[in-house]
Design a protein around this ligand. Structure first.
Ligand SMILES: Cc1cc2nc3c(=O)[nH]c(=O)nc-3n(C[C@H](O)[C@H](O)[C@H](O)COP(=O)(O)O)c2cc1C
Ligand SMILES: C=C(O[C@@H]1CC(C(=O)O)=C[C@@H](OP(=O)(O)O)[C@H]1O)C(=O)O
Length: 390
């Protein structure tokens, strides 16, 4: 990733999150409302725990935007952690507060706790869990919102929906409703971000049952990017392939354990004649009648919508005790529980959209990037003309 670069910093219960991004051309209209509406979508979703009642995320724009437009310099953002007020001493950078809260010495299975403490030489696991927390994804969604706004200027839109919670799967919504806008509208109306109304209710019941049993759930979501021009990514080197770049970006979300493009794993059990998308020509352009490939062949977009699925494991912190060993006493204990999400697949889907937008914006800038929006549009329009005349 190089045309669109970003870094985040910030601990879950620290003062806040910081993000710096570079690569957005000058002249893109952008406001903090554009970003906050995506932050709000990430915070909603049935199954979240007590922390989401404390936070109400807002991105403050620190640099890179003047009078509502990008100026071409790096954009930096801050999102405050409202929970910080409860942690001012425990998370202070000042040495005189050392020891003001007891160290965390009990590693939670399924978290970075044990491996992180051993690797970084910490006897207080808080030094690991604060950064491994998915709180950091709020900033990724803020940065993704900027990527989305940029892409929307070129007719590219990115949405998502949940297709599975625990073992409850819905059949592919794209096989029933052909208009993506309709699928996304139904999704936004569902507390679990699932376009199937009946399944949404059953998914909420499953989440309630898991919570009552002190247990947690994972699931699967799908991200769709429409309006994608043919020719993003490349076959010429492993790290330029767009499918590989998307897989890394999605897998880089906390608790995501599987990613597939198009029919993905299902392709492995079918014959070639069942899953290749045949090519047709209608007198003015090449087209496909199917999209099993999920819009990418040979690492290059082929003009069809890009379709990505990601599988999320169940939330690792459970009210039901799990066996672990204290890193100081070396004695077994049953993990204590304070608060946690029961299921965060709906939120992960919104984060998946953001990561997809970031990767696609990067590939888009590689192909069409100018220093200003005007120049980028000129490059894009010239390419569209070239494709028409091919
Ligand atoms: C939106 C979101 C919310 C999450 N909330 C929690 C939570 O409340 N409690 C928890 O134990 N894990 C939660 N997780 C998962 C952990 O962050 C993740 O499992 C952990 O950092 C270990 O990383 P890994 O699962 O990728 O190995 C959440 C993940 C996401 C994406
Ligand atoms: C704070 C967020 O998610 C958190 C991710 C998380 C984890 O372990 O990943 C644990 C929980 O935090 P806490 O331990 O403070 O209750 C979640 O609420 C967020 O999404 O903004």
């Amino acid at each position: 990733m190089n045309k669109f670069r970003f870094l985040t910093s910030g601990e879950s219960h620290g003062k806040g999150l910081i993000g710096i991004l570079e690569g957005i051309p000058s002249g893109l209209s952008l406001s903090s409302e554009d970003i906050d509406k995506e932050l709000k979508r990430r915070q909603m979703g049935y199954g979240r725990g007590g922390r989401m009642k404390i936070e109400s995320d807002h991105a403050e724009i620190i640099s890179g935007i003047r009078w509502g437009k990008t100026i071409g310099s790096p954009i930096s953002l801050i999102i405050e952690n409202k929970d910080w007020k409860n942690w001012q001493q425990g998370m202070s950078s000042e040495s005189n507060y050392e020891g003001s809260i007891p160290p965390v010495t009990r590693p939670r299975p399924g978290h970075a706790d044990l491996a992180g403490a051993l690797k970084y030489g910490h006897r207080d696991i808080r030094n690991i869990l604060e950064r491994s927390s998915a709180r950091e994804t709020a900033m990724r969604v803020a940065i993704g919102a900027i990527a989305k706004k940029f892409l929307s200027e070129f007719g590219i839109n990115i949405g998502s929906y949940v297709i599975q919670i625990g073992n409850l799967k819905i059949s592919d919504p794209r096989s029933q409703i052909s208009d993506f806008r309709e699928i996304f509208k139904k999704t936004e109306a569902s507390p679990v971000r699932c376009p199937d109304e009946d399944a949404s209710k059953k998914m909420m019941e499953l989440i309630d049952t898991a919570a009552n049993n002190g247990d947690t759930l994972g699931g699967v979501f799908e991200v769709i990017a429409t309006g994608i021009p043919l020719g993003l990514g490349s076959h010429i080197q492993w790290d330029k392939r767009l499918d590989g770049r998307l897989a890394q970006a999605l897998m880089g979300i906390q608790a995501i354990k599987g990613v597939e493009i198009g029919k993905g794993f299902e392709m492995a059990e079918r014959t070639g004649s069942e899953v290749m998308d045949e090519i047709f020509y209608n007198g003015s352009r090449f087209y496909r009648e199917t999209n099993h490939a999920g819009g990418i062949e040979g690492g290059i977009t082929n003009g069809m919508p890009v379709v990505i699925r990601a599988a999320m494991k169940p939330i690792p912190t459970l009210r039901k005790p799990l066996q672990s060993v204290d890193i100081i006493t070396k004695k077994p204990f049953e993990a204590a529980y304070e608060r946690s999400d029961t299921c965060a697949v709906p939120a992960a889907a919104v984060i998946g959209e953001a990561m997809t937008a970031i990767v696609i914006a990067d590939a888009f800038l590689e192909k069409f990037g100018g220093d200003s929006m005007e120049e980028t549009k000129r490059n894009f329009d010239a390419y569209a003309e070239y494709l028409k005349s091919f």
